[in-house]
Ligand binder design. Structure first.
Ligand SMILES: CC(C)(COP(=O)(O)OP(=O)(O)OC[C@H]1O[C@@H](n2cnc3c(N)ncnc32)[C@H](O)[C@@H]1OP(=O)(O)O)[C@@H](O)C(=O)NCCC(=O)NCCS
Length: 151
């Protein structure tokens, strides 16, 4: 059976998620991204998943109340028990039909957890396309640059 390495979560942004100017809080977008990252890993590994790391969190354009936000999560690299996920976020205005436009992106790492509460092995990622090989190389590059926790 083909590996399930992609998933998209969409949500309409409502007034309680925004500031007085109608701009949606970054934390609301991040929460959806984290959920999409965790969900794609759960789908892949079929285990409990925790988030270990988020790199390169960037908000590149405002998100407004009434926008439909779509988070696309793609597993791009798999270690023994961890999975690196590229998450991209696009927003489309439901009022004007304008978009979609890229509003955020991040690279997150999630770990598969077994019944004993310890990291559990996941199956290796099969790279089938040129795009998958390109993203795998990007993740490997970023893994090599990783630093330990702050403080
Ligand atoms: C993530 C966690 C399970 C790792 O536990 P650990 O005892 O360090 O386990 P290990 O050292 O065996 O590492 C397991 C894997 O996680 C990876 N990992 C651990 N910490 C990491 C970090 N900060 N960044 C990236 N990867 C990390 C390791 O590289 C390893 O990957 P691999 O098996 O593919 O080689 C543990 O740190 C934890 O529970 N963190 C809290 C997670 C959490 O609550 N998240 C928020 C809510 S979901």
């Amino acid at each position: 059976m083909a590996q399930r390495t992609e998933l998209t979560l969409s949500q309409i942004m409502l007034p309680h998620q925004a500031n007085l100017g109608g701009h949606v809080h970054g934390g609301e977008i991040f929460k959806l991204m984290d959920m999409a990252g965790g969900a794609v890993c759960q789908q892949y590994a079929n285990t409990v998943i925790v988030t270990a790391r988020v790199d390169e969190m960037q908000f590149t354009a405002p998100v407004l109340v009434g926008d439909c936000v779509s988070c696309k999560a793609r597993i791009i690299c798999v270690g023994k028990t961890s999975m690196d996920v590229l998450i991209t976020v696009d927003a489309e205005s439901l009022k004007t039909g304008e978009g979609p436009r890229r509003v955020a992106s991040a690279l997150s790492t999630h770990v598969s957890i077994g019944g004993d509460g310890r990291p559990k092995k996941v199956e290796p990622l099969v790279l089938e396309s040129e795009e998958q090989r390109r993203l795998f190389a990007l993740a490997q590059e970023r893994r090599a640059e990783r630093r330990g926790p702050l403080g």
